[in-house]
Design a protein around this ligand. Structure first.
Ligand SMILES: Cc1cc2nc3c(=O)[nH]c(=O)nc-3n(C[C@H](O)[C@H](O)[C@H](O)COP(=O)(O)OP(=O)(O)OC[C@H]3O[C@@H](n4cnc5c(N)ncnc54)[C@H](O)[C@@H]3O)c2cc1C
Length: 388
C-alpha cells in the first residue's frame, strides 16, 4: 500500500495521481478534516476561512484537476480599491475600471505601461520581486498599488521574495479567475478529498521507521511513502534541517450590519498607514459567508498588531467609522507560507530516500498551485522509479 502522509493540497494531489495510475493508496492526516491550510470553519452562521485566501481557477494544476464545475464558485472583481487619503480608487482590469488607468494617484501612465512590459520580462535568478518591478520602471505604481497588493499575496515584503516566484504568481493573478466557493475555501479541498478512496483523518504520524509509520491510531506498513506535511513537521519526522523560513499572518473577522462598501473589492492602502495589508467585505463576494442582515469583513495583517491598531487602520482604509464593528474571530497562522528568497533553487527531485518522496508548497512555490504541483510531481517520480 502507498501511504500519503498529509491531506493538504500537496498530499491530495499526490494521492489522486497515484490513484489514477491504479495504485492502492491510503491518505492519513492528523487533523479532523482534509485541506490543511485551505480549510473553513462555520461559527454562529458565519463562514470563516482559516486565513483569507482566494482560489485561482486559472492555476495550471487546478485546471488539470477539472474541479471548477463541481464548485458553486464566486469570482472576485478584477479590480482592487486603492485607499489614498479619504478617497478610494478602483484599479485593475480596464474593462471593469476604464478610468483607473488615468488616475495619477495610482501611478503615472508610463509606469502602468511599464507594468505590462514587466509581464513579458524574465527576472534574473538572484533578484527580488521589488527590484525586478522597479527595474522595469513601475515606480509610483509599485509604491501605491503593487507593493500593498503583493504584501497580501506573499504575506511579506516583496523585497524578501524571489523575483522568479513573484513573476509566476503575478502572471497567474493577472490572467486568473480568482474567487471562492460560496461556502468557503474548505469546499475546494473537500471536493478533492471526496475523490480519495481511502482517507483517514485524526491519524497523527509520530515516527517513520523505514517502511513502518507509527501513528496515534496504530502502525501502517507502506510500500512507499509520500510525505506531504508542512515543512516543520517534515523536518521533524526526517530529523532534517528546515530548508526555508516560514511566514506568519493574521486574519481578522469583523461583523457589521451596514457594510462600508457594496462590492467585493479588495481594499489596499496606498499610503501604508497601519498594519492591515488588505481588507474585503467577503460576504459581498458570497452572501453565504454571513447570516441575512449581517456583513463579514476579512482583513489581513502580517506584522504584530493590536485590535485597536487594526480598527484604526481599517477606519482610514474604508473611510468609515469602525466603532460598531464586532470582532468575531482572529486567526493567527504561524506557518502561513514558506519564504522563497531570491536565489533559491527549487529541488530537482522529490526523492528523499528509497522509501520516502517529499511534497508540499515549500518545494515548488508558496501557493495552491505550488502545493498541488509538488504532490503530482512526487507521485509521478515515485511511479517512474517503480517502472510504472
Ligand atoms: C493565510 C493564507 C493565505 C493564503 N493565500 C493564498 C492565495 O490567495 N493563493 C494561493 O495560491 N495560495 C495561498 N496560500 C497558500 C496555500 O494555501 C498553501 O500554499 C497550500 O495550501 C499548502 O498546501 P500543502 O499541502 O503544501 O500544506 P498544508 O496545507 O499545510 O498540508 C499539510 C497537511 O499535513 C498534515 N499534517 C501535518 N503534520 C502531520 C502529522 N504529523 N501526521 C499527519 N498529518 C500531518 C496537516 O494536518 C495538513 O493537512 C495561503 C495560505 C495561507 C495560510
Amino acid at each position: 500500500m502507498y501511504l500519503v502522509i498529509g491531506a493538504g493540497l500537496a498530499g491530495l494531489n499526490a494521492a489522486l495521481t497515484l490513484q489514477d495510475a491504479g495504485m492502492p493508496v491510503t491518505v492519513i492526516d492528523g487533523s479532523d478534516r482534509a485541506g490543511g491550510r485551505v480549510a473553513t470553519d462555520v461559527i454562529d452562521g458565519f463562514v470563516l476561512d482559516r486565513g483569507f485566501q482566494l482560489i485561482n481557477l486559472n492555476y495550471p494544476e487546478i485546471k488539470r484537476l477539472a474541479v471548477a464545475d463541481e464548485l458553486d464558485f464566486r469570482i472576485a472583481p478584477r479590480t482592487v480599491g486603492i485607499s489614498s487619503g479619504t478617497q478610494r480608487i478602483a484599479i485593475g482590469d480596464p474593462r471593469q475600471a476604464p478610468l483607473s488607468v488615468f488616475s495619477k494617484k495610482t501611478g503615472a501612465l508610463t509606469e502602468k505601461a511599464s507594468f505590462i512590459r514587466y509581464l513579458a520580462t524574465k527576472p534574473s535568478p538572484d533578484e527580488d520581486v521589488e527590484t525586478h518591478l522597479l527595474r522595469c520602471g513601475t515606480g509610483g505604481l509599485y509604491k501605491s498599488v503593487l507593493r500593498p497588493f503583493l504584501q497580501g499575496v506573499f504575506l511579506t515584503e516583496p523585497s524578501q521574495v524571489s523575483a522568479i516566484i513573484g513573476r509566476e504568481l503575478i502572471g497567474s493573478f493577472i490572467s486568473g479567475k480568482s474567487g471562492i466557493p460560496a461556502d468557503g475555501v474548505g469546499v475546494f479541498s473537500q471536493t478533492l478529498a471526496n475523490r480519495i478512496l481511502d482517507l483517514r483523518l485524526n491519524t497523527q504520524v509520530e515516527e517513520i521507521r523505514g517502511n513502518r509509520v507509527i501513528t496515534n491510531q496504530g502502525e501502517f506498513v507502506a510500500t512507499k511513502i509520500v510525505l506531504a506535511t508542512d515543512l516543520t513537521t517534515a523536518a521533524q519526522l526526517l530529523g532534517a534541517n528546515q530548508v526555508a523560513p516560514l511566514i506568519r499572518a493574521t486574519t481578522w473577522y469583523h461583523v457589521v450590519e451596514n457594510a462600508p462598501e457594496n462590492k467585493a473589492e479588495l481594499i489596499l492602502d496606498a499610503e501604508n498607514r497601519g498594519p492591515v495589508v488588505n481588507s474585503i467585505v467577503i460576504s459581498k463576494l458570497s452572501e453565504r459567508y454571513a447570516p441575512a442582515g449581517q456583513n463579514l469583513i476579512s482583513s489581513t495583517t502580517i506584522a504584530h498588531a493590536s485590535e485597536s491598531e487594526v480598527r484604526r487602520h481599517l477606519a482610514l482604509m474604508w473611510g468609515s467609522s469602525t466603532e460598531n464593528w464586532r470582532l468575531l474571530a482572529k486567526y493567527e497562522i504561524n506557518s502561513a507560507l514558506p519564504l522563497f528568497e531570491p536565489g533559491k533553487v527549487l529541488p530537482k527531485s522529490s526523492k528523499f530516500n528509497e522509501m520516502i518522496y517529499l511534497a508540499g508548497d515549500y518545494r515548488s512555490g508558496p501557493s495552491q498551485n505550488g502545493a498541488l504541483a509538488s504532490g503530482r510531481l512526487a507521485a509521478k517520480e515515485l511511479l517512474f522509479d517503480q517502472g510504472l
